[in-house]
Design a protein around this ligand. Structure first.
Ligand code: ACO
Length: 244
């Protein structure tokens, strides 16, 4: 995506990471230059957010400069420095951040988690399927020190599911009621479960024993072995509201 100003002057590296202050890495200048820079960065974010929403068939963007400013999300932008007669163009965008979620594994056990999430991912329509998405995603994984399987994906499109399958061998997504998707390796293995530290053990009103455990990777699971408490069931909607 091209802009009337020079993208290369705004973003000095081929991949830049932005946060709520909207100041690109390497910025230097006075107050006026800062104001001008933040305005241009906002224009880029809003245009990319809009294009992403359109590509996903969403009624409104999930990424805007205002939203980024009011969040702790991270936004990675991919820049083609050769494009637009040397002024550069923005070719991709990837937004990540932690979200408080309830997720179910295949057995119906539910976990209260705050995993890193893929929130919005877009490569310009004219540049898709040329490896740019992989380049941007790999950069994010390295910066955040995370494996794809440990991330939750917000409403993935078919293209993104295909992307994760092709590049990271992720298949058979575990779809959640909150529209997030996780994969089997997201949950602790049975052997990890054995190592979980049991921190609380008490009696439910029905006399069914309920245990609450904390695991080393921050997953908190709530499980019950018996009776109707053992059957998969949705989290209470009030709990979901509180977590969002
Ligand atoms: C949480 C969310 O953000 S969900 C929304 C995800 N974003 C979108 O759907 C917007 C439109 N799509 C895109 O922007 C891009 O296709 C992305 C971001 C999903 C992937 O970026 P790309 O640069 O295309 O990926 P890259 O070239 O590295 O990998 C290509 C692979 O992605 C998948 N893929 C990309 N485009 C398509 C497509 N049109 N149809 C099916 N699979 C696709 C395929 O697995 C493809 O491999 P293949 O060409 O061998 O079949």
């Amino acid at each position: 995506m091209e802009f009337k100003f020079s993208v290369n002057e705004l973003f000095k590296q081929p991949i830049v990471e932005l946060n709520q202050n909207l100041i690109p890495p390497g910025f230097s200048g006075d107050r006026r230059a800062l104001w001008d820079t933040v305005n241009k960065v906002s224009e880029v974010i809003n245009a990319m957010g809009e294009a992403s929403a359109k590509a996903q068939g969403l009624s409104k963007p999930i990424t805007t400069a205002d939203r980024l400013r009011n969040s702790e999300h991270r936004l990675y932008l991919l820049v083609d420095q050769q494009a637009n007669s040397g002024k550069g163009a923005v070719t991709g965008m990837l937004k990540t951040g932690s979200k408080g979620l309830y997720v179910f594994d295949r057995e119906g056990q539910h976990y209260q988690v705050s995993p890193p999430c893929v929130l919005d991912f877009y490569v310009h329509d004219t540049r898709q399927r040329t490896g740019l998405g992989k380049r941007l995603f790999e950069h994010m994984l390295q910066k955040e020190g995370i494996e794809p399987v440990k991330m939750a994906i917000d409403r993935p499109s078919e293209k993104l599911l295909g992307f994760l399958n092709k590049h990271y061998g992720l298949h058979s997504p575990v779809k959640q009621m909150n529209n997030y998707v996780v994969y089997d390796g997201f949950f602790p293995k049975a052997s990890d479960n054995n190592q979980q530290q049991e921190i609380e053990r008490d009696q439910s009103p029905s006399g069914t024993r309920v245990t609450k455990k904390d695991s080393a990777n921050g997953l908190q699971s709530f499980s019950s072995a018996y009776g109707r408490y053992g059957a998969p069931r949705p989290p209470c909607s009030m709990g979901q509201v509180l977590l969002h």
